[in-house]
Design a protein around this ligand. Sequence first.
Ligand code: DX5
Ligand code: ZN
Length: 228
Amino acid sequence: MAYSAKIGPSILSSDLSCLGNECVRMMECGADYLHLDVMDGHFVPNITFGHPMVECLRKSVGQDPFFDMHMMVSRPEQWVKPMAAAGANQYTFHLEATTNPGNLIKEIRESGMKVGLAIKPGTTVEELAPWANQIDMALVMTVEPGFGGQKFMEDMMPKVSWLRSQFPSLDIEVDGGVGPDSIHKCAEAGANMIVSGSAVIGSDDPRSVIALLRTVVAEAIQKRSLDR
Ligand code: DX5
Ligand code: ZN
């Protein structure tokens, strides 16, 4: 099986004045990677941070943590090189934000980053499918992008199941409202990269929440491999 269970806290819901410390804390609590939400106030009705912040974070946390940049921005082409230079490892752009995904995928690769492709709840998985063999990860949003702390949309799970059936070794990420209450649905559908914001950051015991999420996903992966 090419893919494994990975948990990536979204630091959007952390104390943003202590972002470096929060990232280190999450890695110490067992996070496999960090999911960094970039919002431009145009593609989504909210603003977070850009590549200067990522550059500072990289200096602060060192080379090890894997930065998955969730680019909720219009014109994602614009930030590929600055994000690569800032120390991003994966550039996850929204299919809805570009007219030329093929070219963008190529540019991201040439910049030395992995490629993630995200779809909003209103976008069908069939629209993503033509690109699936060229990307490292598909992100199925389980809330409307823009804010942390929203309710998990269970009706997105058929998209995940379909992707898993068509692309057995693809990394599939879910993002939005994912925590101990919704992880079983995500794991059964076939997601293996799990973004969790408020459920992890807001917990008194993030280490246990991360471990629980990973165990549920790992068990589903093992079951799927036995069933094959
Ligand atoms: C929403 C972001 C998510 C969000 C997840 O637009 O893409 O990454 O921070 O936070 P929770 O897990 O609280 O929904
Ligand atoms: Zn996100």
